[in-house]
Design a protein around this ligand. Structure first.
Ligand code: UD1
Length: 357
């Protein structure tokens, strides 16, 4: 069976790593990179560090407005699908690359599988929410990470196409953590283990309004420990345009980290402050308290189990949230056992066999 994975943005490379490895010897696996993320620290380092084979195709679409970016990918992917003729297209998560590949596949009647299906924020201001809902409804196989995601799919009439496989980011995190236990610490320079917070901010709702961004930066600068802000290019760009310094008082700006360095930095931190989806879950899996600057989360289990607190409009409560005591230990594992990639390949091969590929 020939399976074509389409990826384009940083979190998708992390998800691709365990899938590419689980495909070995079981299916013919090809990789198309849309080029949505293109900087070395946003793309290449993930392929190198996580041992992902180099992409077979790279569209190099780069940045742009949503419509132009998605449309350029759609046109380019159609050509790739025509030449590869895959038995199945596998898409990941909720970015513009996900939606473009989903549209290209359904229009060409190529079976479509969506990994990380069924997540919902119910916040229609987020581009990711549109991307994931549209992709789920276009897909033939919905590979869900959690019971909650399965329930969302059932509520939307998609139960018959859904399979609970677990979360592939858990697979890669567990593997990376076990390697790191045998290596020296890879901490950001100038910080003391256990005495700093790790932060990332990149969502348009937090970055695009300069007044909002200024408030967030000031709140982070006033915390009780150093805050290492791993700045996404979008954040650097907007802060520079508005004359906002990302380096003030306790706030220390740094480049985004490669994946093993990120896991190490989180493991050794006193807490995480973020608006990223993946990082909320990584903090939980490493049992590091997380504070999420968003009104809601798709990863509701992290909140229900007490490891994640949401702070949205009222940033005056941020310090109290971040500086709260760590919650009671838990042995719950809502994100699976680190075998989600193997189950994903099982599900794809089974669906392929049923359809006669
Ligand atoms: C995208 C995804 C988001 C995901 C995030 C992970 C969509 C709609 N959003 O957001 O779901 O959480 O990736 O990081 O698909 N830029 C660079 N170099 C790069 C990539 C981007 O400088 O390699 C800058 C450009 O100025 C660009 C901006 O970052 O305009 C935003 O990039 P874009 O891919 O549009 O969205 P992200 O904010 O990265």
């Amino acid at each position: 069976m020939r399976i074509l994975s389409v990826v384009g943005a940083r979190p998708q490379f992390v998800k691709l790593a365990p899938i590419a490895s689980a495909m070995e010897g079981r299916a013919e696996h090809l990789i198309a990179h849309t080029g949505q993320h293109y900087d070395e620290i946003m793309s290449d380092v993930f392929f190198e560090d996580l041992g992902i084979p180099a992409p077979d195709f790279n569209l190099g679409v780069g940045s742009g407005k949503h419509g132009r970016q998605t449309g350029t990918m759609l046109a380019g992917l159609e050509d790739i699908f025509e030449s590869v003729r895959p038995d199945c297209v596998l898409v990941y998560g909720d970015t513009n690359s996900t939606l473009a590949a989903a549209l290209a596949a359904v229009k060409m009647h190529i079976p479509l599988a969506h990994l990380e299906a069924g997540l919902r924020s119910f916040n229609r201001r987020m581009p990711e929410e549109h991307n994931r809902v549209l992709t789920d409804h276009a897909s033939d196989i919905l590979l869900a990470p959690t019971e909650v995601a399965m329930q969302h799919l059932a509520n939307e009439g998609l139960a018959a196409r859904s399979v609970l496989v677990g979360d592939v980011m858990t697979d890669v995190l567990y593997k990376t953590r076990s390697v790191l236990e045998h290596r020296d610490a890879l901490l950001p320079s100038g910080v003391t283990p256990g005495d700093y917070y790790i932060s990332t901010i990149h969502r348009p709702d937090n970055t695009d309004d300069p007044a909002r961004l200024k408030q967030i930066i000031e709140s982070l600068s006033d915390l009780d420990r150093d805050v290492v802000l791993l700045a996404h290019p979008r954040l650097v760009d907007i802060a520079t345009r508005h004359g906002l310094s990302l380096d003030s008082r306790r706030l220390k700006v740094a480049n985004p980290l490669a994946y093993p360095e990120l896991v190490n930095a989180v493991m050794n931190s006193a807490g995480v402050i973020t608006d990223s989806g993946g990082l909320q879950k990584e903090a939980f899996l490493l049992r590091v308290p997380c504070t999420t600057i968003r009104p809601e989360t798709e990863w509701v289990e992290t909140v229900n189990l007490g490891w994640n607190v949401l702070v949205s409009d009222d940033l005056s409560v941020l310090a109290a949230a971040v500086q709260r005591p760590a919650p009671a230990p838990t042995t719950e594992s809502p994100y699976g056992d680190g075998q989600a990639a193997r189950r994903t390949v099982d599900a794809l091969l089974e669906a392929g066999a049923d359809s006669g590929y």
